[in-house]
Design a protein around this ligand. Structure first.
Ligand SMILES: CC(C)(COP(=O)(O)OP(=O)(O)OC[C@H]1O[C@@H](n2cnc3c(N)ncnc32)[C@H](O)[C@@H]1OP(=O)(O)O)[C@@H](O)C(=O)NCCC(=O)NCCS
Length: 194
């Protein structure tokens, strides 16, 4: 059985991280949860500094403290996904983006990996004392909202987002403790001790 863990990005992962983002470009895929890695293609070291800064941010309307991780498959240490967790929401993030953003590389999709990614992110949210998290997903992105629903997400509203996305968006809430309790038997066996 494959197992997974979240890894904090480091210099030793430079080639793997660029390969990860390169795959999204090759497949023409949306990128989410990368902590902006796609904007630092030629400056991985700069991105490492940026995500370290992200952790220390004082929350305000422009920014919010957050963390970015690689989702790594134990058997081959491959980066199969990324997740970005915002522990404090400003008004903008409440409206758009929510607490958690994620992606799975195109060649590793539809294997259930993003559900593991979200479960691991919820564990970190619990460690940071969050009781409820907000997530949003475009209505035409079932892979995203089905991930959220698979972890017990409850849809709060569905609306046309005329400000940011210009599409129908679904807002969800997950009760962190209940989700972790309810799905631990499914996901704990898939999580590696690091
Ligand atoms: C969204 C994304 C992370 C899903 O990753 P994934 O590893 O393929 O998802 P999983 O395999 O864990 O599947 C999660 C759920 O979505 C469903 N699903 C996956 N791909 C799907 C697709 N193409 N169409 C419909 N449902 C799909 C799965 O069946 C599963 O639902 P279930 O538990 O009810 O069966 C991935 O498609 C991605 O990286 N997309 C680009 C970035 C993005 O859109 N991020 C989210 C922005 S809000």
């Amino acid at each position: 059985m494959e197992r997974f863990y979240l890894e904090y990005p480091s210099l030793s992962r430079k080639a793997d991280a660029l390969d990860y983002i390169g795959e999204f470009h090759r497949f023409g895929s949306d990128i989410n949860g990368s902590g902006g890695l796609n904007r630092y293609a030629g400056d991985y070291e700069g991105w490492l500094l940026k995500i370290e800064d992200d952790r220390q941010r004082i929350p305000d309307e422009q920014s919010s403290p957050g963390e970015t991780y690689f989702l790594v498959r134990c058997s081959d240490k491959k980066i199969v996904g990324m997740v970005n967790i915002r522990y404090v929401l400003n008004e903008r993030l409440k409206k758009y983006g929510g607490n958690i953003g994620y992606s799975i590389r195109p060649t590793e999709r539809q294997k259930g990996y993003n559900k593991i990614n979200l479960y691991l992110a919820l564990k970190l949210c619990k460690l940071h004392g969050l009781k409820k998290v907000l997530l949003d997903a475009d209505a035409d992105n079932p892979a995203s909202w089905r991930t959220i629903e698979a972890l017990g997400g409850v849809m709060l509203r569905e609306y046309f987002d005329a400000e940011f996305d210009l599409c129908v968006v679904r807002d969800y809430e997950i009760d962190v403790d209940s989700s972790l309790e309810r799905y631990s038997s499914v996901y704990e066996p898939l999580i590696a001790d690091q």
